[in-house]
Design a protein around this ligand. Structure first.
Ligand code: R5P
Length: 286
């Protein structure tokens, strides 16, 4: 087995190689002047199981890199190509919301199923699609960072876990159960990517708790920003925002800093908020 680090995930790939005591190589990926991809394997992959590690932020660029890398590995004689995509992009557009919409999740699954033999991912945004096997035609492994997040929670005294919307309830409830603490779920209404409204139905004295918001991902941050504003009005003092995947689009991280809350993410996407390491759970399945 050879672990091949791709541009979005060099550091994580190296950790996985160390943990699995496997050969490691960085894929050399550059751009031609017009933006086309140039890539080159720097190690021999013939007859090997090639594990490409590339998280799918900046999805259009990184997916094309995966397609070229996977196909090239096969050209060079790889026995099998496994994609470790800790963050799997294109999962939120999972139905045709409006007439004529593309169902991104299905198209992306078809594309990847064509070029790689196996997929390993962490907490994909499965909402209206129940399992990855419903859209992928290759073998898929879905890991969860929930136990790692639950164990991180031990550092926080009197936590109250908040799932900011119905979709995050699966994570919030599981983590709260594992950590043995209380959880509540809020109701979210999304009007656009950046306009979100949250409703808190339960009657809770927020002053008594360290509020910990848990979600699968932070993208623009607006889901969490709304909750922060509301629970602050209700007396919450210390607030921690935990997400598996920190995308931090539209300069979201600097807004979190202005709110004065702690932000913690898993290293599925490299970011300065990474405090929870997923290399162990990936290495176990490899
Ligand atoms: C949505 O259903 C997800 O679980 C997240 O709540 C959402 O994607 C976060 O996005 P944003 O940070 O842009 O509000």
């Amino acid at each position: 087995m050879i672990i091949v680090g791709m541009p979005n995930s060099f550091a994580l790939a190296r950790r996985i190689a160390e943990r699995t005591r496997s050969e490691f190589s960085k894929l050399n990926v550059k751009r031609f002047p017009d933006g086309e991809i140039h890539l080159r394997y720097m190690a021999d992959v013939k007859r090997k199981k090639v594990v490409l590690v590339q998280t799918l932020i900046d999805p259009n660029e990184s997916l094309m890199e995966v397609v070229f890398a996977a196909r090239t590995a096969k050209d060079l004689g790889a026995r099998k190509v496994v994609l470790v995509a800790p963050y799997l992009a294109y999962m939120r557009q999972d139905i045709r919301f409006r007439k004529g919409d593309c169902i991104n999740a299905k198209v992306n699954a078809e594309l990847l199923s064509h070029f790689v033999d196996e997929l390993i991912t962490i907490d994909p945004h499965l909402h209206r699609i129940e399992h990855l096997k419903d859209i992928f035609s290759i073998s898929t492994t879905t890991l969860t960072a929930d136990p790692l997040i639950a164990s991180y929670l031990k550092k926080i005294k009197h936590p109250l876990i908040i799932g900011p919307d119905e979709e995050s309830f699966q994570w919030a409830q599981d983590i709260a159960r594992m950590a043995g603490c209380r959880s509540i779920i809020l109701h979210k209404r999304r009007y656009s990517s950046t306009h979100v409204e949250i409703e808190i139905e339960e009657d809770i004295d927020f002053r008594k708790f360290n509020v910990v918001m848990v979600d699968d991902m932070i993208s623009t941050g607006h889901t969490m920003f709304e909750v922060i504003k509301d629970v602050r009005k209700l007396g919450a003092k210390k607030i921690t925002c935990i997400a598996v995947h920190g995308l931090f689009t539209n300069n979201a991280f600097s807004r979190f800093k202005r709110f004065g809350v702690s932000v913690v993410t898993c290293n599925t996407i490299a970011h300065k908020t990474n405090r929870i390491d997923v290399s162990g759970i990936i290495s176990e399945v490899l």
